[in-house]
Design a protein around this ligand. Sequence first.
Ligand code: FAD
Ligand code: NAI
Length: 504
Amino acid sequence: RRFLQTLGRVTLITILTAGGSFYYITYKDRTPGPQQPFDPDKKTIVVLGSGWGATSLLKSLDNEDYNVVVISPRNYFLFTPLLPSVAIGTLDARSIIQPTRYITRHKKRVVHVYEAEAQEVDPINKTVTFKGKNFSYTSPIKGQQDTGSIKYDYLVYAVGAETQTFNIPGVKEHSCFMKELKDAEKLRTTVMDCIESAAMNSDNPNAGADVDRLLHMVVVGGGPTGIELSGELHDFVHDDLKNWYPELADKVRVTLIEALPNVLPMFSKQLIQYTESTFKENKINILTRTKVKEIKENSVIVQNEKGEFVEMPFGVLVWAAGNVGRDITRNLMGKIGAAQSNPRGLLVDDFLQLKGAEGIYAIGDCAATSYAPTAQVASQQGNYLARQFVQIARKENLEAKLKHLRESLDTAPEAIESTVKQINKASKLRPFHYSHQGSLAYIGSEKAIADLPFLNGNFASGGVATFLFWRSAYVSTLFSLRNRTLVVSDWLKVKLFGRDTSRD
Ligand code: FAD
Ligand code: NAI
């Protein structure tokens, strides 16, 4: 009895402590304290974007020595690795976004966040012109009023990339994309539109071909986005449609189209084979060496490996064929000229400084580096820049101190010498070094694949255990306790009640 009493007390204390800590952390998170005001005498860092690169920078940056202004058309951070899960309702859209102010309001000095799109960067005059939705802008910088243009001392250029269409006819008009939150929401609605239209006509003997078309889901691009999305679509059909639309579920087809000889070229060979065999089991049809040539309203024209042109009707088509730089990035490259000639993106030096321009740093998918355009790279670059800015501020503060020491008559020579040494130390900036933590992808039916660096080699694994690892890795990578809690509770909800099949 005494043992049970002790166990009861320990359990109660543990629950109270855990609950108390959880409440304390969430309370601290949603009640940020006062901040130091904008200081016109400090240098201004303008950050373009609120994605992986920009948000990692903002999270790590000590902005005591800087004024920081963030300009981005979306006022939140989007956790892209879980976006395909939103597209079929495994996760709620709000669970994977984090308002940018939840981060900036915790900074030492106030950060201005403008929900606006940068239109142009002038690298000579060091200004950014931007445009927001229905707003009248008053610049915090002295002497600039309602101009929609801001002067920077340092510009962190982190606008990402957009989806590559290769100017293939019909892509923009008739495809769904998988880049932004609205894309995932649109896809979810489009899928349900097709399912409901097919259900309405399932008893009509004359509508057979149209029902087949509506239930054909095509994904273009066998990179990780296309693979993850195909896996999620399979789960939706298998776990949910089978129960609620039994007359349709067996007729749903998922086809993945890839121009190259195999999918997932960045993963090891055995994981490519594992993915292909899992897709086969899950009846996801992979068409490799097949190029999309045109997309019409209800059909896609492809050229297969024999060179033949084939027309395939579809209900939903998702275009996930890679990245291309944004117009503003091309415009900036044009202004800089010869130093920026790589069509893949902005060229930077080892310190992430834009080649051919002063005071601009480019991070993430907009930069053309030797690394893949991934969240991992962008976030490490953001963290690196945050450390660089602290070091630059330290150096500038020391230089101001040295000037002051030299100006005062009674300064001991040792004090000057020691400050010079500190300046020399602070001047030595380390180049950016990327540390690859591995590649992970979800492939459907509660299986994932992982290529992980291990003892100077590689450890490849795939299956259900890897899926659990995939989930725990992404939950721990989410930027806040709030997002972690929402994502885990969404997973639990889907496990208990299934996905919501209602149409918005
Ligand atoms: P983004 O995160 O795209 O952010 C760009 C920001 O710039 C956005 O806030 C945007 O609104 C803003 N912006 C756009 N135009 C302007 C403008 N004119 N002015 C100001 N701001 C602007 N990578 C991984 O490592 N692991 C994964 O599992 C993974 N999964 C992914 C799943 C999907 C579906 C997708 C689409 C990508 C995935 N990625 C993954 C890749 C990863 O999301 C990108 O590499 C990463 O987002 C790049 O970060 P970024 O900061 O350069 O750009
Ligand atoms: P991607 O560039 O990796 O893949 C696009 C694929 O589309 C390519 O294989 C290409 O051959 C194919 N393609 C292009 N045009 C085509 C056409 N006309 N017809 C048929 N196929 C065509 O693009 P993705 O998957 O969007 O990924 C972008 C970046 O984001 C990559 O760097 C990727 O590593 C990263 N990412 C990482 C994830 C992860 O680690 N789990 C998940 C999603 C993206």
